[in-house]
Design a binder for this molecule. Sequence first.
Ligand code: ADP
Ligand code: ZN
Ligand code: ZN
Length: 755
Amino acid sequence: MWVEVILPVPVYSTFTYVWDAAHPPVPGVRVHVAFGRQRCLMGVVRSVLHEAPAMQAKPILRAIDTHPRIQTQQLALWDWMAHYYNCAIGEVMQAALPAFFKVDEGEEGPFTISDGSLAHWRWVGRRSDEGQIAHVFGQLGRAVKQSEALLQYFQCALTWPERADDFYPWIPQTALQANGVDTAHLRALQEKGILEKSMRWESEEHLPDVDAALADLSPAQQAALEEVQDAWAEGKPVLLRGITGSGKTEIYVHLAAQAMALGQHTLMLVPEIALTAQLYRRLEKAVGPGRLAVYHSQVSDSQRRDIWEALVRPDSAPRLILAARSGLFLPLERLGCLIVDEEHETSYKQHDPAPRYQGRDVAVWLARHLEAGLLLGSATPSLESYQHAKTGKYQYVRLDERFGTSVPPQVEMLSLVKYQALQHMEGPFTRPAVEAMAQSLEQGKQALVFQNRRGYSPFLTCMACGWTEPCTDCDVAVTYHKESKSLRCHYCGQSRTPSAQCPACQKSAWQWRGLGTERVQETVEELFPQARVLRIDSDSTRKKAAMTQFVDWLEKGEVDIVVGTQMVGKGLDIQGLDVAVILQADNALQLPDFRAHERAFQLFTQVAGRTGRRDSPGHVYIQTATPEHPVLLAVQAGDYEAMADQLLRDRQAHHYPPFVRMIRLEIRHRREYVASQAAHYLADQLNQTLGGGVLGPDAPAVARVKNVYLQHLWLKLPVDRGLPTTKKRLRQTVDQLAFHPDFKSVKVVMDVDPY
Ligand code: ADP
Ligand code: ZN
Ligand code: ZN
């Protein structure tokens, strides 16, 4: 027999090998094979062939498993992703399998994820039938060893958590053995019908039943929940648009609890792993300990293994898994409910390496494939999802009121032009913003300052000659980080100490230009020396437990002013937050990206939504040079739909997603002209094979990164037409480039639905 094997190589196909192991092949088992010059690679069998392939095939080196370790559902997902994102299935496998799955050649096998089950023993009688125990001990009489074994069982049982039903607990054989019990005596008791044996998973016995610590829903929440359930009953995905503070999380919890009651798992995706800490506490209360698992890149390999094992057990207790996008790769056969929180967040997109997938879109596919309920939740849905809601592909459910007594924030524009002219500025702050912050501090409330740029200053400029310090390897200015006294490139991560003099004019007339969070923090500390200031950005939260600590301080009210980047917009709940100041709103509005306005609206609305979550309305101040900007006015009016409808009209008029599907090709080479020539050549070739429609080449805003020059080509394809063939032709044309004598070393990266 022959097998098609998925190998971790960037080649768009599987590979055929002869199966010569003693047991029959099954899709989903792991094998070791020789491949090219690689003596041994680990692969996964995707399918079994019963007819000889056209080409001679080599035998596998060994079968690692006898039973599949990858579910059919996972293989289907890999296949779909490879096709949709136009990458190698081996690349998908690489992303999907955690390190513990990978077996090296030398490793003694067969290494398997054990099914983890252990022998357990239990008294066959009922707890209510007390007399029976004495009766049985009497019967055992002279069988002293058996009596002792039974006694040990009851002693262990006493220390075990009590069960809700009328049975004594299952005790692991290992626990009995630890107390000197011999299995021969247990078997003797089994034969007499006194004890029964079962292979069970240890932890399952310790899991308490789902705790009904569910909050009562408000009438609005209840109505929304019912709408979701109705849509799911028809197999329809749901887009839940609930303003910040409307209590979406509570609806998620109810849906998860329902899935659990049916014995099904729930996967809840979140965009920012640093924020799982806060959500974890809320969810654990609701679903009970032991049922909540967290899965993301910072979770240790052994913890991942625990989750994986828990999910593959056929009778495991249902779980709620709080995960980053990589959670989509878990063995989720029994998935009942899939929730994507803050579904508009661009961090669901994986940029590098392949597969360059959008987690939200993969979630949509996966839920349909597994026939699980799908819920996309956001206060400001992505235009893609909103458009699906408008066309009826998704059910649109709205939650328009905040939970309890809290009311939406009041948003005020502060014109930078005006306050600069009046000289009413304190550093980067306008006077009204400072006064508002001072007032909220006096009242013992909290303030948030939002600046979406980390570091101290994004430009180090020479006042004498105008030179701005660039990165040596990228075409971008370096950012000064005062805390680490270093210049850092945010594109390649390179870091160095600033030189004393300007390399261009040898004078030392450096000036910090622009505003990063470190500098904002400094100003805030000068303005409010008595306040406790906390900075939240990807630098300050880099250390593993940092965010947990921050959440702790926030929940205990030990912070007066938070200075933060977009990280704080993604669902952080700050107690008593009264004032939010958005600095330099124009930066976000002017980014060279067709999504810039959508992103800016989402970002500012999310930040505004953090305020006034208790009984008094929050106050939001947007500092801007363009107070009449339609996006800012929409934030002020809190009118998502008006904004989204307008943006959709623009997208349609200018042929942008969601009305077309975009594919971006990034051409990379160390020499600028080679990159550019290759891009022009490829554009011509593609225009021929695809019959036109290729846009570019153009250089991205940062056209050199790590000493590699970049060029972009864009394709806009109709959303509803023959994509598979187009993608295939695209790939073939790109692959041909490797045979062109001038462009052998050019790298082309394909990104379907780029963000
Ligand atoms: P969202 O995620 O939609 O922004 P949250 O789920 O964070 O809103 O809810 C906002 C606040 O209201 C939270 O502090 C939450 O604990 C509270 N809340 C929401 N729904 C309920 C409920 N049914 N019972 C009690 N408190 C609730
Ligand atoms: Zn100079
Ligand atoms: Zn750099």
